[in-house]
Design a protein around this ligand. Structure first.
Ligand code: IMP
Ligand code: MG
Length: 185
């Protein structure tokens, strides 16, 4: 595993190793399998960032389930959340009466998740829960309740395991953080 990575002249260092991610994904799946026993939940991945986490998590899920994806955009190529959320791909599955589980890569300001939550709740699901691999606790601007959190992290900008910097580096196996604190962070 590479300890450091240079992207566009910025230096990134390992924050969470592949081994730690794997162990935590396994624990999250165990909790979900326990909590959703006897139900048929719908796992909804938020593209693009959650695709690797989603794929790893879903293969550890043993309850019957359905999956779907939605796609939002807010960041452009910047390292700081703009808070402007746009819907790029809507859900195809009916939400009413279903047990919905949103799967996110990271909750930063929480604004994307607030947007998703209000959108889903309008469609009367039986239940609504959130799974996020990463949670920037100090950055969150809302009172959002996160039901399953992989890792709480500082406000650093992170890449890898699905997370990008200007669309690059999603394919890294570990999670890396920007060594210098991001401006404003
Ligand atoms: P929020 O609306 O500010 O919570 O931002 C959520 C989305 O921004 C996440 O789903 C990510 O796709 C992206 N994002 C937030 N922080 C980072 C980061 O540190 N690296 C890469 N993408 C991020
Ligand atoms: Mg995302």
């Amino acid at each position: 595993m590479r300890r450091t990575i240079k992207v566009n002249g910025d230096l990134f260092v390992v924050m969470i190793s592949e081994r730690r991610i794997k162990a935590r994904v396994h624990q999250l799946a165990r909790a979900l399998n326990r909590d959703y026993r006897g139900k048929v939940p719908v796992f909804i991945g938020v593209l693009n960032g959650s695709f690797i986490f989603f794929a790893d998590l879903i293969r550890e899920i043993s309850v019957d389930c359905e999956i779907d994806f939605m796609k939002l955009s807010s960041y452009g190529d910047a390292k700081i959340s703009s808070g402007n959320v746009r819907m790029l791909k809507e859900l195809n599955c009916p939400v009413e009466g279903r047990d919905i589980i949103i799967v996110e890569d990271i909750v930063d300001s929480g604004l994307s998740m607030e947007y998703i939550k209000s959108l889903i709740l309008k469609q009367n699901p039986a239940s609504f829960r959130i799974v996020t691999l990463l949670y920037k606790k100090d950055a969150v601007k809302t009172n959002l309740r996160l039901d399953y959190v992989g890792f709480e992290i500082p406000r650093d900008f992170v890449i890898g395991y699905g997370l990008d910097y200007a669309q690059r580096e999603r394919n890294l196996k570990a999670i890396y953080r920007l060594r210098e604190p991001a401006p404003g962070g």
